[in-house]
Design a protein around this ligand. Sequence first.
Ligand code: BEZ
Length: 324
Amino acid sequence: MKLNKIIRTLVASTVLFAVSATVHAQTLKLGHITPPTHVWHQISEKIAADLAQASAGKMKIAVSPLQKLGSEAQMINLMQAGAQQFGVFTVGGLSNREESLLAWSLPYVFKDVAHATRAVSTPAAKQMLKRLDNSGLVGLGYVFAGMRHVLSLQPVASAVDLKNKKIRSFPSPVYNDWWNAIGAAPTAMPLSEIAPSLTTKLLDAVDVDLDALVGLKFHQQAPNLTLTNHMAFPAVIVVSKKWWDSRSQAERDMISKVVAGAEQWGFKAAIDADVMNLEKVKADGANIIKADIAFFRVVGGKVRDKYIAKNPLIAEFYKQAKDL
Ligand code: BEZ
């Protein structure tokens, strides 16, 4: 009788332990839109691995690439509800919530990826992250893809070669203004639609970074690469504010520390990737066009002026970032 009671107590406490372990070792979700070859996926996997280690297995993150959890707009909605805890979202996608993030897409502000990573430390860049609070997101850091260039079916040696040409543009107003000002015909589309649109000749050219280009092999469809270097391409590492507010201070500190480490790691990875990816496309036989980009720069200045006049934080950022 006594033995039975001991066994029952043991079974009950085992079940209780298992249930509470399940509750505490909740699997968290991190979503982003890039392919698994992209540097943002590597940074996401690093956050998952480092957080599992720092929390002794309590915080497990499942990383979903290629918009498997939905488009950025859909994932932002999930995060506001607390149903997705982590995201790596383009500044373009987030600028629908916080307009000042458009500052990162102003043409010809940054020389290269290293210059853009230095701009993360500006007060204006930090202020942009703070403002995401108003949209139910906590901005913890930035990540970078490569600089933007033009990939095309026919060689593009100057802006004239893009006159009225259908160019894939990133879905964001600065990109649309930029390509219209150049005289091209921009079509906003996500990464996933570029390959089929090149196949069906719906596009003459593509605005893209080298990391996405190499990962998705767009140069096999459009072999001409003009190194316009017209914009940087950052994303923000965000956490659901609803979920964040329900964590203890110790957990928030742990997550912030893990993300800060991944952010630094990601800066170097993105800088190195931009150099290596150019070598890869060259080795793959892409035709690198020596272009006259003077006109691109002049037009870039006009587009910048429009956005600087529109939003004081964009103006501040430009002032703080341009000469770093
Ligand atoms: C793009 O749509 O061009 C893009 C999106 C995410 C990362 C890199 C490129």
